[in-house]
Design a protein around this ligand. Structure first.
Ligand SMILES: *Cc1c(COP(=O)(O)O)cnc(C)c1O
Length: 392
């Protein structure tokens, strides 16, 4: 029996965001407002929108939908995920404030915080927040922002959002969680104690690998206002066309995530059983050291995983050469399956020693499982694993 609801769910609102809002022609799909500026009726009245960097009706439609999906008071939509993080840091951090961030955070986040620290804009300590002891030690000193990213890339370490948020609040910090890997469908950090969520909407939210974008969602209206003020002041807000495309991509997120996860379960099953694979890193596996934590704080295990081949870099080459429906490319969260080789691609900026210390071997591969028919994916991967297992 279906539950009776007075209001449609946030997911239905995402599918239908802005539908039937056109009062002029009654278009079902919402119109796009590319205009940079809006008419003032007189010098005595400010219109609802004046200039599109500050606010734009299409972008507002997207921000309302994202705020609802992340259970926040509001959202600020930016031109990239890093724009979302920049706006958040500039809005919330005082002069030379201290940030605690994950050792293995997204490379662009690491670079941003490291470069701002080198200009003495802030002080940053990179620690392994998935390790409760390290988190506790780092937060014995006061901090202004604690930045969480879970699951981590590419080894899928899980950070306990509720536990770290509690420690962070005791240290006087605001908790910012990068929820890009899970999307709002699989994890809602604001419900677990985080104060602010950031997304690279480039990934699952738009989901079609054709828009670079970002968003910040905060639990308090004051933070939304402040971050929105800084996003405008710094010139980080997103354009109308990108907002419109992202809103279109977002309509299918529930359906996409369901197929992403079903395909991933089948892929993981294949990988763990194949002799060419030494290790599989996926929080859905009961052997994953933080499987129970992931099960508790996420409503699904997602569609990102990494695995290590036996046979070193030559096995990696044989695995890649001949793939038919999986592209070798960076990024993730699109409809298409993407394979990345962290040592030469996403994490090539690290020294070999730093990579080894982080546990990133040369035969590690990261897979973002797409929504292709699963039999085609399994056939492609089986052939690749058989090639990898073949003696050189
Ligand atoms: C891609 C990504 C970012 C950066 O987002 P852009 O849209 O590329 O600026 C930040 N965090 C995570 C986890 C990402 O995957």
């Amino acid at each position: 029996m279906h539950e009776h609801r007075d209001e449609p769910s946030a997911l239905t609102n995402a599918v239908r965001a802005g539908l039937d809002s056109d009062t002029q022609y009654g278009s079902v799909v919402p119109p796009l407002y590319p205009s940079t500026n809006y008419r003032f009726a007189s010098i005595d009245e400010r219109p609802g929108f004046d200039y599109s960097r500050s606010a734009n009706p299409t972008r507002t439609m997207l921000s309302r939908t994202l705020a609802q999906l992340e259970h926040g008071a509001g959202a600020v939509v930016t031109g990239s995920g890093l724009g979302a993080i920049t706006a958040t840091v500039e809005a919330l951090l005082g002069p030379r404030g201290r940030i605690v961030a994950p050792l293995d955070c997204y490379g662009g986040t690491w670079r941003l915080l490291d470069h701002l620290a080198s200009k003495e804009r802030l002080v940053v300590d990179f620690v392994d927040l998935s390790d409760p002891d390290q988190a506790r030690r780092a937060l014995e000193k006061p901090a202004e922002i604690v930045f969480i990213e879970t699951p981590s890339n590419p080894l899928m370490h899980i950070t306990d959002i509720a536990a770290v948020s509690e420690l962070a609040h005791q240290a006087g910090a605001i908790v910012v969680a990068d929820n890009t890997f899970c999307s709002p469908l699989l994890q809602n950090p604001l419900d677990l104690g985080a104060d602010v969520v950031v997304h690279s909407t480039t990934k699952f939210i738009n989901g079609h690998s054709d828009v670079v974008g970002g968003a910040v969602i905060a639990s308090s209206a004051e933070h939304v206002e402040l971050i929105g003020h800084w996003a405008n002041a710094l010139g980080l807000t997103a354009g109308a066309w990108d907002s419109w495309l992202t809103l279109r991509g977002l309509r299918t997120i529930d359906a996409r995530i369901r197929v992403h996860q079903a395909n991933t379960a089948a892929v993981v099953d294949l990988l763990v059983k194949h002799p060419a694979v030494r290790a599989v890193h996926y929080p859905g596996l009961t052997e994953h050291p933080q499987h129970e934590l992931a099960a508790r704080q996420q409503s699904g295990f997602g569609s990102l995983l990494s695995f290590e081949l036996t046979g070193g870099i030559d096995a990696v080459r044989r695995f890649i050469d001949g793939l038919r429906c999986i592209d070798l490319a960076e990024s993730l969260g699109g409809t298409e399956s993407l394979l990345a080789h962290p040592a030469t691609m996403t994490h090539a900026g690290m020294t070999p020693q730093a990579r080894a210390a982080a546990g990133l071997s040369d035969d590690l591969l990261r897979l973002s499982v797409g929504i292709e028919p699963v039999d085609d994916l399994l056939a492609d991967l089986t052939a690749a694993l058989d090639r990898a297992a073949r003696a050189a």
